[in-house]
Design a protein around this ligand. Structure first.
Ligand code: HEM
Length: 496
């Protein structure tokens, strides 16, 4: 039963990809008429003409390929066993698409950095509809570069350092609510609420409570439908998500109109998007602004919540490390007299906590791989990646390769006392699409850990361990845990 629960999202993802496949083909055919300069071979024709130059590997059954093998086990075991058999670059056929998987630092760098212009990001059409087609991560080229500049500057250290007191307030209130409940909470779900509130703060700055509430309600419905079968029949989770997306568009439209009328120059993401002018004075439309707000919320929420949930699990399972982290954080708390807010410099100087974060990101490899699509026939080390094929850089395989991280299954933050070899540690990706939110994500982790270990205790409930994918890896059942105030803080005069 457990394996079914954990692979269910993948089965749904597979079905949703199959369902959206005809749309993808239709869309591509249309594009062919409007942009003919580079003749594009259909991927099967390309596969036939390059049969001898394709990377090693197997394509499985016609059409379904190797998807059943991928999802009848932990997907990471599938990738790892393929790599063991065929090497660092191999072909397969999953989710209705022929794919080349790359698992060496050099090959991943080739795809994401040095030859990134030969590949484009690719997502199922059903996902694009929910987020909004103008969101940053669906694009490459000039539009992407311009948007990225805006997103990056709103998430740069200079911008987020001012938000520390607000993030601390969100963290304190979340922890207080879990402890005051006194019951078992689903850690992942609670962390999602925390990362959502920080996401709202970084996008809008301060936002009216009524807007925050209605955005939260509708985003929650969208989130629930994201991994469901993309059935547009009323009553289904996907249809409800589409309706919620429509409502989100209206609410964001209202907020945008209000902000435009006020003509304030703000540095948060919404301000950056509204103040944007291209070389010809052109601005972004309300839809482009909305799609990017939803896109950033989406990119920020589950990833950060998953990282936090894993950190709590690893600290809980390694009490000595927890003691060391606690000692480091108590020293900072004392330095601040138990009351003053954290400073930016303090968040930059938590070496033990930092190594725990890095090791958690390596072990969990939350984004275990990403997808690109070859725009032309690409040659790499004598192999051909045909035009139209998907390419999957496998971050997790690299993070768990004993050549780069000895004894990779062992949780050992001390390994980060020495910086990892170049291109072997990519929790935030690499190249033009690498994560612009990585500094904010780390800041959130530092702040929540600081308040958690200095003022609270938690116990994980249940003995079952395992991984669930939703689609990011999360400890089984979201890590059920009970939180309570650490009475030791009374002596320090540091209780919340
Ligand atoms: C621990 C938390 C996080 C992890 C592990 C993570 C990881 C990643 C990775 C691996 C990518 C690259 C995907 C690819 O190449 O296809 C990415 C992209 C992105 N992330 Fe994050 N992320 C995290 C948190 C955040 C936060 C907090 C934000 C924003 C507030 C954010 C915003 C984005 C955006 C907008 C992109 C797309 C960038 C582009 O296409 O140019 N992420 N993230």
């Amino acid at each position: 039963m457990e394996i079914i629960v954990s692979i269910l999202p993948y089965i749904l993802l597979f079905l949703s990809t199959l369902l959206s496949y005809p749309f993808i083909i239709k869309k591509k055919k249309k594009k062919k008429h409007s942009s003919p300069p580079q003749p594009k071979l259909h991927f099967l024709a390309a596969a036939n003409s390059y049969r001898n130059k394709l990377p090693p590997g197997s394509m499985g059954w016609p059409y379904i390929g190797e998807t059943p093998q991928l999802y009848s086990q932990d997907p990471n075991i599938f990738f790892a066993s393929k790599q063991k058999r065929y090497g660092d670059i191999f072909k397969t056929h999953i989710l209705g698409c022929p794919c080349v998987m790359v698992a060496s630092p050099e090959a991943v760098r080739f795809v994401l950095v040095s030859h990134a212009h030969l590949f484009r990001p690719t997502y199922p059409n059903s996902k694009e509809r929910l987020i909004g087609p103008s969101a940053i991560f669906f694009h490459s080229g000039d539009y992407h570069t311009q948007l990225r500049r805006l997103v990056q500057s709103s998430l740069a250290p200079e911008a987020i350092r001012k938000k520390i007191p607000d993030i601390e307030a969100i963290a304190s209130s979340a922890l207080e609510s879990w402890a005051s409940l006194g019951t078992v909470v689903n850690t992942f779900q609670e962390m999602k609420k925390f990362s959502f509130d920080v996401g709202i703060l970084s996008i809008f700055g301060r936002l009216d409570d009524s807007y925050r509430q209605i955005l939260k309600e509708n985003y929650c419905i969208l989130d629930k439908g994201y991994n469901s079968f993309p059935n547009t029949v009323p009553g289904t989770a996907y249809h409800r998500a589409l309706m919620a997306r429509k409502r989100l568009g209206h609410i964001l439209g209202e907020i945008i109109r209000e902000k435009r009328e006020k003509r304030t120059v703000e540095k948060d993401l919404l301000g950056q998007l509204l103040n944007f002018r291209d070389a010809n004075g052109g601005t972004l439309t309300d839809e482009q602004v909305s799609d990017n707000i939803i896109g950033v919320l989406f990119a920020a929420q589950d990833t950060t919540a998953s990282a936090l949930t894993w950190i709590l699990k690893y600290l809980h399972d390694h009490q000595k490390l927890l003691d060391a982290v606690k000692e480091e954080q108590m020293a900072i708390l004392e330095m601040n007299g138990g009351k003053r807010p954290l400073t930016w410099a303090q968040t930059r100087n938590m070496p033990i906590t930092h190594r725990v974060i890095l090791e958690s990101l390596r072990m969990a490899s939350i984004i275990s791989f990403t997808f690109r699509e070859a725009l032309v026939d690409v040659e790499y080390k004598g192999y051909v990646i045909p035009n139209g094929w998907k390419v999957m850089p496998l971050f997790r395989n690299i993070h768990h390769n004993p050549d780069f991280f000895p004894d990779p299954q062992n949780f050992d933050p001390t390994r980060f006392e020495v910086p990892p070899k170049p291109n072997t540690f990519m929790p935030f990706g690499n190249g033009a699409h690498s994560c612009p939110g990585n500094e904010l994500a780390k800041l959130e982790l530092f702040i929540l850990i600081h308040h958690l270990v200095t003022k609270y205790k938690w116990e994980v409930v249940g003995t079952q361990s395992g991984i669930q994918y939703g689609p990011f890896p999360v400890p089984l059942h979201g890590l059920p845990a009970r939180f309570r105030k650490d009475l030791g803080c009374i002596e320090q005069d540091a209780c919340p």
